[in-house]
Design a protein around this ligand. Structure first.
Ligand SMILES: [Zn+2]
Length: 140
């Protein structure tokens, strides 16, 4: 992906978000996560920005704290493309539309995020902080 397309170029400045003090950033993990099946559909696809690509969704967004281990892979059309996607729906409508047998989509995503971190570690990869630090309450 061309960086200028991904983040936008304004007055020659790269708008890639600045790393903040408590951010947990692991590009290697994000790259790996992008090869994993979509949390909702189970579909495996190439990572990209399109409706039929895998996107890596930050469960709690990137602000105030970004945590790359709290991401889930989602197909573009599940994530952000179209009126029924996650970012275009209420949480209740998203659950209904995707016929998910869950009460809380955030908890559902967090469980899947944990499962993927454990899978990553099981495959012999290292994470950049302690496992407990990943899932402790984010309070700033
Ligand atoms: Zn997202």
């Amino acid at each position: 992906m061309v960086k200028s397309l991904q983040y936008g170029i304004k007055k020659g400045k790269n708008l890639k978000p600045k790393v903040k003090r408590n951010d947990i950033i692991d590009d290697k993990y994000s790259k790996w996560l992008g090869t994993q099946p979509c949390a909702v559909t189970g579909i495996v696809a190439e990572r990209g920005m399109g409706a039929n690509n895998i996107h890596c969704h930050h469960i709690h967004g990137r602000t105030p704290v970004r945590n790359d281990y709290l991401q889930v892979p989602l197909m573009g059309y599940i994530h952000s493309w179209g009126f029924s996607s996650y970012h275009s729906s209420t949480k209740a409508d998203f659950i209904k539309h995707n016929k998910l047998l869950i009460d809380d989509v955030i908890e559902f995503f967090e469980d899947i995020a944990k499962m993927y971190v454990e899978k990553y570690i099981d495959e012999g990869n290292e994470i950049l902080c302690s496992y407990d630090d990943i899932f402790k309450k984010q309070n700033n």
